[in-house]
Write a new protein. Structure first.
Length: 147
């Protein structure tokens, strides 16, 4: 099958298939005499595995490790490792939720300070519009890159 058929079948963009090939999660397919990529059922199964693992939030490195375990035949070993990775992901999520709760409390403190002393004029230390919130680490809200 062609790349567009493979991508549609699994529900990803053709650029995703090419990317996974480039980083080694998919092996390069055979080529037709006219140079088109030619995928088979094994390629489709591997792409489906990769896609599902990525949708669970696993990094490309983690998926690569799983592929080495799974290899299309070792489901029990792969399932065990997926379970471990899910536990790790759940811990990361819990930590992130705690960070967000702390950040929410920080924002409430700042908002309360602004409401308690509405600015009548700008101040050189900018506490008129951005009050200080000592002792609280500002949370980085920039999304963390997926690996």
């Amino acid at each position: 099958m062609r790349i567009s058929e493979l991508a549609e079948r699994v529900g990803v963009a053709t650029s995703t298939v090419r990317y996974y090939e480039r980083i080694g999660l998919l092996s390069g397919p055979s080529r037709t005499s006219s140079g088109y990529r030619d995928y088979d059922e094994e390629d489709a199964a591997r792409l489906l595995f990769v896609t599902r693992a990525r949708r669970m939030g696993l990094s490309c490195d983690q998926v690569g490790t799983l592929l080495g375990i799974w290899a299309g035949t070792h489901c029990a070993s792969a399932a065990e490792r997926v379970g471990q990775l899910i536990d790790e992901k759940q811990a990361e999520i819990a930590e992130r939720i705690d960070e967000l709760h702390r950040f929410s409390a920080q924002l409430t403190t700042v908002q309360d300070a602004l409401r308690a002393e509405p600015p009548d004029a700008c101040r050189t230390d900018l506490t008129c519009c951005v009050p200080e919130s000592p002792g609280v680490v500002v949370l980085d809200l920039v999304p963390r890159p997926r690996q």
